[in-house]
Design a protein around this ligand. Structure first.
Ligand code: CUA
Length: 155
């Protein structure tokens, strides 16, 4: 086999791989409806605690087996620290930050999103099994980053 022939084969393989990856991307986005967490609105970081619904953070029942968690991230804690929801309920997190960028990851689940100053994040999930999950900040946010955690308790 000549060098030119080997190069052509590699070029062909490269193009084929790109097509496969692009196909997977399009399929997940449009076929399976996967997308980034919704940007549910904008908010002035300095006014978070005076702006509904963030003036009253916590968990509330909003419908038949539907719950809403209003969550505030601030250096270096989450409000509320403890979130209690029933197993199998549809839980929508509505969250923002009062200062820098934080992350929210509920361990052992697919709940994983960012808190960006000025933005409201909205993520819906269902916790099927009863149990306790650690909720951690996964974006380095300063000296107390490792202290920024909470708990999701599925009852
Ligand atoms: Cu908040 Cu790291």
């Amino acid at each position: 086999m000549t060098v030119e022939r080997i190069e052509k084969i590699f070029l062909g393989l490269t193009a084929a791989m790109l097509l496969v990856f692009l196909g997977a991307l399009f399929y997940s986005a449009f076929g399976m409806g996967m997308h980034l967490p919704d940007r549910a609105g904008e908010i002035l970081p300095s006014e978070v605690r005076n702006t509904p619904p963030f003036d009253d953070p916590g968990v509330r029942e909003v419908g038949d087996n539907q719950y809403e968690v209003v969550l505030i991230g601030a250096a270096w804690s989450f409000t509320p620290r403890e979130i209690r929801v029933p197993a199998g309920a549809e839980v929508t997190f509505i969250a923002t930050t009062t200062d820098v960028i934080h992350g929210v990851h509920v361990e052992g689940t697919r709940v994983n999103f960012m808190l960006i100053p000025g933005q409201i994040a909205k993520v819906t999930s269902t916790f099927r099994e009863p149990g306790e999950h650690l909720m951690i900040c996964h974006e380095y946010c300063g000296a107390g980053h490792h202290l920024m955690y909470g708990r999701v308790i599925v009852e």
